[in-house]
Design a protein around this ligand. Structure first.
Ligand code: HEM
Length: 474
């Protein structure tokens, strides 16, 4: 009997040893020069240098934005690292270039004269010049150059002043708390549908003073119109985008008619303000007004939904960072640096474009006038030359000059509003549901340009344990 039990102990000890060796080799095999495995969160995918050198070289050489592999949508960062290491100014089969180095991207952003944002050349064959998508995307300020851009931007930013943003805070808090009350009752929620996407719709709905019972279609319109910006387009995506521009414009036409009959308060209603123009007599034409209102909804919706959804998923993947934030939820500085880090780490807008207006050199590579460039903000924001340990989520990162909002003359006009939405949404969610737990694999939205989730199943009470602070306060 004794002999039998000691042979069992021996077998168990041997099995435990084998398991330990296997675990160790699996972990150690991911350790690559330059990466600090021990600082990664448990269960987190190691992005940096995930491909070995030969593979990374091959990937960089063959990279084509129009033929992306399936796993790119889940985790594009190893691809960006491969490109940055072996082909930072990467020529793609269609003659355009893809940039992933922070310094190259900043140099392009900061030279609006040499790098145009006008997309007529690109969008004419993509949508057809008589399409509504063409008219929309070529009239919105983000895809235009000075002097049109300067005029439209001046009119818009006046309505997004710090005072105007501050005035939105009480309405934002009220809506976030209503959504949390509903989630508390439901217990099992989809973070995107039930929380993240409802917040920017409320904000932009309030901005344009769209009646609550008319906001239903706004989200789908926005998703369809932005979906049509993907590098490759199915006929269904194009059709959905076209239909949504049509419906949105028809809706706005009627809303503007009603607002003319009964103008709102210039200080709080952006639509009235945009309709009246600025005090110097500068005004939008009817088409510019409508197209830029459509653009505002699109610019502020999916991006901010992704910021909120990505943040809550990131926190669940980085438990030490979640705990740090939970322990210091009332620290405004930590909340601020945390939102900047969420924006850097999983930038909601990963790709942008410019076209050279003259012969230029980027990162030592000559490009003739007329060259199309894709700016990889997602890649720049993980550049180790700019961000130490770029694949580590560090909510206290103090120097964080990310390009999630772009840079230069087109830098996001709504960035302070987006930051406010992010801070309030994450803080109030964590305060109410500190133990929230994802109950299934979050579904990616399979977009290369906009990085976010289509669905994130979650139980708001998680394991039902009471949260107890464990770390020292900052
Ligand atoms: C997390 C949320 C957001 C992200 C990541 C984001 C990102 C960006 C980026 C990268 C650009 C520059 C595009 C380029 O240079 O080609 C941009 C432009 C713009 N964004 Fe945002 N955005 C966000 C939220 C918002 C919100 C809430 C609004 C307003 C309601 C807004 C309004 C605009 C406008 C008007 C522009 C055009 C600026 C110009 O061309 O001068 N954005 N955004």
């Amino acid at each position: 009997m004794l002999a039998q039990s000691s042979s069992y102990s021996f077998i168990f000890a041997a099995l435990a040893l084998v398991a330990a060796v296997l675990l160790f080799t699996r972990f150690a095999s991911k350790k690559t020069p330059g990466s600090k495995v021990e600082t990664l969160a448990p269960g987190h995918h190691l992005s940096l240098n995930e491909f070995d050198e030969t593979k990374a070289r091959q990937i960089a050489e063959k990279f084509d934005l129009k033929r992306l592999p399936d796993n790119f949508y889940k985790d594009p960062f190893p691809y960006y690292h491969a490109l940055r290491s072996f082909s930072p100014v990467h020529l793609m089969p269609d003659g355009s270039y893809f940039l992933t180095r922070y310094s190259d991207i900043i140099s392009v952003y900061n030279n609006a004269r040499a790098f145009s944002s006008d997309k007529k050349i690109e969008f004419a064959p993509k949508y057809g010049t008589d399409s509504l998508l063409f008219e929309h995307h070529t009239t919105s300020l983000v895809f235009s150059d000075p002097p049109y851009h300067t005029r439209v931007r001046r009119l818009l930013v006046g309505a997004l002043s710090p005072r105007a943003i501050e005035a939105m805070e009480p309405g934002l808090i009220k809506r976030v708390d209503e959504l949390l009350d509903i989630a508390e009752k439901k217990r099992n929620v989809d973070i995107i549908e039930d929380f993240a996407s409802a917040i920017p719709i409320e904000i932009i709905g309030n901005l344009l003073d769209i009646p609550h019972d008319e906001r239903g279609p706004l989200r789908q319109w926005s998703l369809d119109i932005l979906g049509a910006l993907e590098p490759t387009l199915t006929p269904q995506q194009q059709q959905a985008g076209e239909q949504s521009v049509k419906e949105f414009l028809a809706y706005l036409k009627d809303l503007i008619r009603r607002r003319r009959e009964k103008p709102g308060d210039r200080d709080t209603d952006m639509l009235t303000r945009l309709m009246l123009g600025d005090p110097n007599g500068e005004k939008f034409t009817e088409t510019e007004l409508m197209q830029n209102c459509v653009f505002l909804l699109n610019a502020g919706h999916e991006t901010t939904t992704n910021l909120i959804g990505n943040s809550l998923v990131m926190l669940s993947e980085w438990p030490d960072q979640k705990r740090l934030l939970l322990d210091n939820l009332d620290d405004p500085n930590l909340l601020k640096t945390a939102v900047e880090e969420f924006l850097r780490y999983e930038s909601s807008n990963q790709l942008g474009n410019r076209r050279s207006t003259q012969d230029v050199t980027v990162g030592g590579v000559f490009m003739p006038a007329g060259t199309l460039i894709t700016i990889g903000m997602g890649g720049a924001n993980r550049d180790p030359n700019q961000f130490p340990e770029p694949d580590r989520l560090d909510l206290q990162r103090s120097t964080n000059k990310h390009v999630a909002f772009g840079s230069g003359i087109h830098q996001c006009a709504g960035m302070n509003l987006a930051r406010l939405e992010g801070r309030i949404a994450v803080q109030r969610w964590l305060r109410r549901f500190p133990n929230y737990k994802l109950t299934g694999e979050p579904e990616r939205n399979r977009r290369a340009r906009f990085r976010g989730f289509g669905m994130v199943p979650c139980n708001v009470f998680g394991e039902g344990k009471e949260y107890v602070a464990t770390q020292k306060r900052l």
